[in-house]
Design a protein around this ligand. Structure first.
Ligand SMILES: [Zn+2]
Length: 373
């Protein structure tokens, strides 16, 4: 995607505010849209009763008045010039919690609009960090809030318990390999300043929908599902990376998704309801944003694997398929770490050395991922 390749920090020209508006979205969401001439670089803070959006290198535009939807959470909007930065101060009717990244988008200019920073939020409990941080000056607050937050990564070791996943000729089980890699990955990510949760930390069976649900409950910024695959052709080898789509990108991706999803055929109840909940929780624009972020992560991950000289399965860097485990509001990818059906790769996947190599590549991909849109 072209937008992912743009340098996010380089803003030679000074930005200008073009318009400010709010609207109402399904499920009682208030949408705040801030239109600017160039791509905005922003941070958020949550002083009591307010939402403050600080946009770097931008001039206030007192010539415009905000258009506010009635019934929304924003009572009034003010602009304040704070040095080089423009602060948009929205006074709220009810408190809100920190807005998750999946509810924030930057839209590219189209026929009628310039860049739009779009924030969706609902009434909710403000958290302690946001409350206390307002006692200091607003500029300091913004920095403190962003610096304090650790990004949350949920690592999912595929299969487990009664579901062994695929089994190599030498008897190696997918569920054991991916659990071992997941544990190593957790400790390395934690050591690198991330907050990492595992969907399973032992040999237990978890439904696919439950794994996605854990990512939701943990309010994850990124979800990584670990697998290893098998192919009827024992020659086939290498890693492959997948993101969610309703349609598979090729026949092989389709078969793989069917095989990975099959683990759940034993207990698929509750999944329709779960999908329905996601549809309610996310507007189509947000679903699009999650898909875009997943794609960006997956591409970066493929690069990190190749740079680490990990053998790649022939084909595109990122494939798409309807994996049940990726159906959530959290951006993420499913990584097939290698082929247990290939004798040489089965041996390799069992070694601590190769597992460490995989873990290091994944850690790099997470560190390089742009969590801030
Ligand atoms: Zn699997």
């Amino acid at each position: 995607m072209a937008t992912a390749l743009l340098p996010r920090m380089a803003f030679a020209a000074r930005n200008t505010l073009r318009s400010l508006r709010t609207g109402i979205q399904p499920a009682n969401k208030t949408r705040l849209v801030i239109e600017t001439a160039t791509r905005p670089s922003y941070s958020l803070s949550y002083p009591s009763g307010q939402l403050v959006i600080t946009i770097a290198n931008t001039t206030a535009n007192t010539g415009i008045s905000a258009s506010l939807a009635s019934g929304g959470l924003v009572k009034s909007i003010a602009q304040a010039q704070n040095g080089d930065a423009l602060q948009i101060i929205a006074t709220l009717r009810k408190p809100i919690a920190q807005i998750p990244k999946s509810s924030i988008m930057i839209l590219e200019p189209n026929g009628d609009n310039d860049y739009r920073l779009v924030l969706d939020f609902v009434a909710g409990q403000a958290n302690a960090t946001a409350d206390t941080s307002y006692t200091t000056s607003s500029a300091a607050t913004t920095t403190a809030v962003t610096a304090a937050r650790k990004y949350i990564v949920v690592v999912d070791a595929g299969h487990g318990g009664k579901d062994p996943g695929c089994i190599g000729k030498g008897g190696t089980r997918e569920k054991d390999i991916v659990l071992s890699v997941a544990k190593k990955l957790k400790s390395k990510l934690d050591a690198n300043g991330f907050k990492t949760h595992l969907t399973r930390s032992d040999d237990t069976y978890l439904k696919l929908a439950r794994r996605a649900e854990i990512a939701e409950q943990r309010k994850a910024d990124l979800f990584i599902s670990l697998h290893a695959n098998a192919n009827p052709s024992r020659k086939m080898k290498g890693f492959s990376i997948y993101t969610l789509s309703e349609k598979a990108s090729d026949e092989e991706a389709k078969k793989l998704a069917e095989a990975e999803n099959a683990a759940d055929k034993i207990g698929v109840e509750g999944f329709t309801q779960f999908e329905e909940n996601i549809r309610i929780a996310l507007s189509s624009l947000q679903q699009h944003a999650v898909a875009e972020m997943s794609e960006e992560y997956a591409n970066g991950c493929a690069k990190a694997f190749k740079r680490a000289d990990i053998e790649q399965q022939a084909g595109p860097d990122v494939r798409h398929a309807p994996f049940a485990v990726l159906r959530s509001t959290v951006p993420g990818a499913l990584l097939e770490l290698g082929h247990l059906s290939n004798t040489a790769e089965e041996k390799l996947l069992k070694t601590s050395k190769h597992q460490d190599k995989l873990v290091n590549a994944i850690v790099k991909s997470v560190k390089n991922y742009n969590f801030e849109v």
